[in-house]
Design a protein. Structure first.
Lengths: 618, 225
């Protein structure tokens, strides 16, 4: 190859599927190309080629329409139009939407490449969803320090498990631990895990409590343990620990207890400080301390992104911290205001409920109060709510712009009023109610000592079983945020202002999937809240095809991870994190996969729209 | 370049010359200006030189690519470094990023020119600010075979100037630079700045200019000369 065509070679090498060709095949490619210039408004692909050719867009843009004239796809720099070679898009016809420079590869050459290079050929055979899955895998591999993302907790347990029976004395238990140099002891009865003790239990429940070391260890053990499976990823274990604020988790496999994984085992693999942040939060004595701790959230997000965590995993970790802050704020408020006059439940809505927060999301919350509250009692809850809302705001969870917060009288109500609210939303869905649906159909109790939330949930479940109309309305609502058809300077990017030349990755990519997942979950009567969990459960319940579910999960993770990375980069530069992504910051490959993800969302929206004839309710 | 009696002069030189690569070139008729420009074949050429004076300065490198059937044929793209006598003036080394060492590995003009002449036979030359290319190529022919080059040429800069003047659009000299014009037509900016990438840019610019001037019914080659 003439080395000077290297620029064209590099262009091809950075776009799918040519990126999958080996170097020598890429070297030979440019000289097989011809170049054409097509003015805006020219038919595309042109029909005047002597030999049919694959078209590769170098500059410009093309709109492809179906026989009815519907806009199906937009092609931009790096996109292919293989229809003259009979490989897809055959029933589409297009026009150049801008002046366009295209590279032409004769179909015969394309066929030769497809025969010789299977990875290259796979692009034309593979469905869009396969391409996306591979992209996601690459993304996970990409980042350095993936240890905790890939290691299974079973692999962290080197020594044989240290265990004893529940009836040995506390002294014997302590001796076993000390000899084995471990900080925890699993207690097993007839092969069954019955409990566990840790160093801390020996200190707090035995020595400090003045309990005789001759007592059976059963008296100080922790029962009803949370466990993890041996194939659980290190990262998931860490998140479970931060959520529960524990430092040890027994690890089970098919044969029984394999051992105990501790935070220090995990931290040895990688320093991830979510668990420590939660620990600090529990000890914080003032809102100011909490605010200081929460300043480390951006750092955590950056660290997680760099360790190769996906959007879901980061969302889980950050939400665990938000939950801890919320709980601590409630404890601090109760310490000042005294015990509540009647039981209540603090509910989180939106992304906190779904465990999908990034640092820092807005706050959405509400207060559910027992029905027997007296008129005077509301003052207590008003003050409680005000303190927690202000505290969250001080910690960076800014006030909800729609005022969906417990300090708003409307969202601080007894059970019977909440029941009435949901009754209205379900039986007579209105636009206003739909606006709130993303908050109130994603609801999770953060603090609910008396199980009030369970009562509300039962009632919602009973009401919604008889009614389906609200699901049709929600389906229509789920079609409001449409993904872009492609990305083009001229078509979807925000023009002018602070966010010039960007697109809103949250509202055009993530919200559409979250909305879809909610509709599937509600229509199948599922109680999952987290979006990937909703999608998987809906797939299992046949509310959508298993493939459709998997693909949407992948799309969600791919788009979400791009967003998290974008935000991490901003935070690292000391900027405020936002959702405005510039296509220029994406590699051509990422752009390609993002387009696939958008196309998938669009397809799923179409089929949802048809199922509910959503147009009628829009 | 004046096209007056060009074809007659070509024939005369063909008859006068002894057997040599330039004679082979002159054996091919020059495309007539009355032909539809779409049926003509072109070679976009760019030279890098040690200066602007064709009588004194030398060619450092030549890049070319054939345009046929309104398509640039990348398979014909060539880039040739030439051996230069004496040291390369510092300022042109900076512009073209060709050093003495590289130039020392270059080819002889006597080796490269026949290759280019073969491609130019029966075709039209495309260059941006073609005066340089025509001047240096003609001087090189004269140096090797005693007779200058005759060829029809599309100067993309003149085409651009005429287009702007006809539309009465005010412009500055810098608006007529190759890369400024490429940007105007939404053409890629080729990263490396060398004789081949500029030849390629000129070829792309010509396709764009033709697409803008041709209403779809064709035009005469003469309209571009």
């Amino acid at each position: 190859m003439d080395v000077e065509l290297i620029e064209i070679r590099e262009f091809l090498a950075s776009h799918a599927p040519f990126d999958r060709l080996p170097a020598d095949a890429l070297d030979a490619l440019p000289q097989r190309l011809a170049v054409r210039y097509l003015r805006r408004g020219s038919p595309f692909p042109p029909d005047d080629d002597d030999t049919p050719c694959l078209y590769i867009l170098r500059r410009g843009a093309v709109e492809m329409r179906d026989a009815e004239g519907n806009l199906i796809s937009k092609l931009a720099e790096g996109d292919l139009c293989p229809s003259p070679c009979g490989a897809g898009m055959a029933d589409l016809s297009g026009k150049t939407a801008e002046d366009t420079l295209a590279y032409l590869l004769p179909c015969a050459e394309l066929d030769r490449l497809r025969e010789a290079h299977s990875a290259f050929a796979a692009h034309f055979d593979a469905s869009m969803s396969d391409r996306m899955r591979r992209a996601l895998d690459t993304m996970k591999d990409d980042t350095a320090g993936t240890a905790l993302m890939t290691v299974q907790v079973g692999d962290l347990l080197s020594r044989p498990v240290t265990q004893g029976g529940p009836d040995i004395s506390i002294r014997d238990a302590a001796r076993i631990m000390s000899e084995a140099r471990v900080s925890s002891l699993v207690l097993v009865d007839e092969g069954r895990l019955v409990g566990m003790i840790t160093d801390r239990d020996l200190r707090n429940r035995c020595l400090a409590a003045g309990l005789s070391p001759e007592e059976p260890v059963r008296r100080i053990m922790t029962e009803r343990l949370h466990t993890v499976r041996a194939d659980t990823l290190g990262f998931e274990a860490l998140i479970t620990m931060s959520r529960l604020n524990v430092h040890h988790l027994p690890v089970l496999d098919e044969t029984g207890v394999r051992g105990v994984v501790s935070t220090s085992d995990l931290v040895r693999v990688q320093s991830a400080n979510a668990v420590y942040l939660v620990g600090d939060i529990r000890k914080a004595e003032s809102v100011e301390t909490l605010a200081t701790i929460s300043k480390r959230l951006p750092e955590l997000q950056i660290q997680l992104v760099h360790s190769g965590a996906t959007a879901s995993q980061i969302g889980q970790a950050i939400t665990a911290i938000t939950d801890a802050i919320t709980l601590r704020l409630l404890e601090l408020a109760e310490a000042e205001l005294g015990a509540p006059p009647v039981p209540y439940s603090w509910m989180a809505g939106g992304s906190q409920a779904r465990r999908e927060q990034s640092s820092h999301s807005d706050q959405d919350n509400a207060l559910l109060i027992a029905d027997h509250l007296k008129p005077d009692d509301d003052d207590y809850f008003k003050q409680l709510a005000r303190r927690v809302n202000d505290g969250l705001n001080a910690c960076g969870y800014v006030y909800c712009p729609g005022n969906v917060m417990a300090s708003n009288d409307k969202w601080r109500q007894p059970l019977k009023i909440w029941t009435k609210y949901f009754n209205t939303w379900i039986k007579r869905p209105e636009p206003m109610a739909l606006m709130l649906s993303s908050v109130f159909f994603d609801l999770r109790p953060i603090h609910d000592p008396e199980g009030l939330f369970g009562e509300l949930a039962e009632r919602i479940h009973t009401m919604s079983k008889k009614e389906t109309i609200y699901i049709a309305y929600m389906a229509a609502n789920a079609l409001k945020h449409r993904p872009p058809l492609g990305f083009f300077r001229k078509f979807v990017l925000i023009r002018g202002g602070e966010h010039d030349h960007t697109f809103d990755v949250k509202h055009r990519g993530i919200v559409p999937i979250v909305d879809l997942a909610r509709v599937y979950a509600l229509s199948a009567g599922l109680d999952e809240i987290n979006t990937p969990e909703r999608l998987r459960a809906a797939g299992a319940a046949r509310a959508l095809s298993a493939d459709g579910a998997d693909n949407l999960v992948d799309a969600y993770e791919f788009i979400g991870t791009l967003r998290m990375r974008h935000q991490a980069a901003q935070l690292k530069r000391g900027e405020k994190a936002n959702n405005f992504l510039s296509p220029d910051d994406l590699s051509p490959l990422e752009r390609g996969h993002l387009k696939d993800a958008f196309a998938l969302i669009s397809t799923m929206q179409e089929s949802l729209g048809q199922r509910y004839q959503a147009g009628r309710f829009a | 370049m004046s096209g007056f009696l060009l074809e007659q002069r070509r024939l005369a030189r063909f008859r006068r010359l002894p057997d040599c690569p330039l004679r082979d070139y002159f054996a091919w008729p020059l495309p007539q200006p009355s032909r539809d420009y779409r049926s003509v074949e072109y070679v976009a050429v760019d030279l890098e030189t040690t200066g602007l004076d064709a009588r004194k300065d030398q060619i450092l490198s030549i890049g070319w690519v054939v345009v046929a059937g309104q398509r640039i044929r990348l398979g014909t793209a060539r880039h040739r470094l030439l051996r230069v006598e004496g040291a390369i003036p510092a300022e042109s080394a900076v512009i073209h990023q060709i050093t003495d060492d590289e130039a020392a590995t270059g080819l002889d003009l006597a080796h490269v020119l026949p290759e280019l002449l073969w491609e130019l036979s029966g075709r039209v030359l495309i260059a941006h600010h073609a005066r340089i290319e025509l001047g240096f190529l003609s001087a090189a022919c004269k140096q090797l075979w005693g007779v200058g080059l005759l060829i029809r040429a599309v100067d993309t800069q003149s085409v651009a100037r005429r287009l702007l003047e006809r539309r009465q659009i005010p412009f500055k000299g810098s608006d007529l630079r190759l890369h400024a014009l490429c940007e105007r037509y939404n053409l890629p900016r080729h990263g490396a700045h060398n004789a081949l990438s500029d030849a390629l840019s000129a070829a792309e610019l010509f396709l764009a200019q033709a697409a803008y001037r041709d209403s779809g019914h064709g035009m005469k080659l003469g309209d571009f000369l």
